[in-house]
Write a protein that binds this ligand. Structure first.
Ligand SMILES: Nc1ncnc2c1ncn2[C@@H]1O[C@H](COP(=O)(O)OP(=O)(O)OP(=O)(O)O)[C@@H](O)[C@H]1O
Ligand SMILES: [Mg+2]
Length: 316
């Protein structure tokens, strides 16, 4: 295969990857966030310092939480700038692991543009965080991979992280809203601390179901074909293909997109004018190294394959 084709494929796939799909769970999530932002702005304009509220977004891995949050944060940032609120902003971090109070504080401080020696104690770091949140008029702090806050730490550590989040939200001088996103274990944090939970709205990104969502998934594949300038082959327009794709993606919306892009990549590399089921089968094979008898795009009884168990073929 020519180097040129490989290079062109990589470029075209990168462009497709940049595209965000506005699925029907995104609008309601963004509306909820905009309402919280408007409430905070109204409080700021009136000089009120009521406590801030937040949102916790949970869902299985690959469902599309990070993509949705990144998109939402970028759109809100644009909106703040274009609506005369350019003084205000939000900040996002990915919660490090292990998520000790000190490590999380340092990561947040760095995202606020401030480096600090790791010798400093946690209380000092968080004092600085609060100072910078106020100075930079940060309305919301978004913590992605928030399940790390609940995973490895001891109960004592979880208590201190939860109370730090509460402290930020109820700061009498500059309350800051908290947005948490992560896998379902993040719900443990809220279950652990009712005071934190009552200040958070919860949103859950459900998994896809082959029965209910196959048609939507086929529409999605067609949208991608159109963007990719490929004709959809007959065999990927059948309802059964939607079911296969959902199953292969372990019922997760984001993974459906990942697999579709991987199939398009195979079509580009083969210089094919049509996107067909064989491209999906090849893409799945490359992802999992499974043979044909474990490939949901090949065998008829594909539901017996556990698509989450990528590397344990023998057990399937
Ligand atoms: N709305 C979307 N538009 C386009 N691509 C998307 C969208 N949602 C998800 N994806 C694709 O799916 C992939 C996985 O999604 P994402 O990383 O957002 O999942 P996640 O729920 O954060 O998973 P994890 O819990 O493992 O972090 C992304 O890298 C992206 O390629
Ligand atoms: Mg994520």
């Amino acid at each position: 295969m020519s180097r040129d084709r490989i290079r062109q494929t990589a470029r075209r796939i990168a462009l497709l990857r940049d595209h965000f799909i506005h699925h029907d769970r995104f609008g309601p999530l963004e509306d909820r966030f905009l309402l919280l932002i408007e409430k905070r702005l109204a409080d700021c304009e009136a000089g009120r310092t009521g406590e801030a509220h937040g949102i916790a977004l949970s869902g299985l891995s690959g469902t599309g939480k990070t993509s949705a949050m990144d998109q939402m944060m970028a759109r809100v940032c644009k909106w703040l700038n274009n609506s005369g609120h350019e003084d205000f902003s939000n900040v996002s971090i990915r919660v490090p692991s292990p998520a000790t109070l000190k490590f999380v504080g340092q990561t947040l401080l760095r995202a606020l543009g401030y480096q600090i020696s790791s010798e400093r104690q946690a209380w000092y770091i968080w004092d600085l965080v609060r100072h910078h949140l106020k100075e930079r008029k940060i309305l919301f702090v978004h913590l992605d991979e928030a399940q790390h806050l609940a995973s490895r730490g001891t109960r004592h550590e979880l208590n201190s992280v939860a109370s730090m989040l509460k402290t930020l939200m109820t700061d009498p001088e500059w309350p800051v809203g908290i947005i948490l996103s992560g896998t379902q274990e993040l719900e443990d944090i809220l279950n652990h601390d009712p005071q934190l939970a009552r200040r958070m709205d919860t949103v859950h990104f459900e998994s896809l179901s082959p029965v209910a969502h196959s048609n939507d998934v086929l529409d999605l594949v067609e949208t991608y074909c159109c963007k990719a300038e490929l004709e959809p082959g007959k065999d990927i327009l059948e309802l059964m293909h939607g079911e296969r794709l959902i199953h292969a993606a372990a019922n997760q919306f984001g993974l459906v997109i990942v697999l579709t892009l991987a199939a398009i990549e195979q079509a580009y590399l083969a210089d094919a004018p049509l996107l067909t089921r064989a491209h999906f089968a090849k893409a799945y094979h490359l992802r999992t190294s499974c043979d044909d008898t474990f490939n949901p795009f090949i065998i008829p009884d594909f539901v017996r394959i556990d698509a989450r168990q990528v590397f344990s073929r023998e057990k399937r």
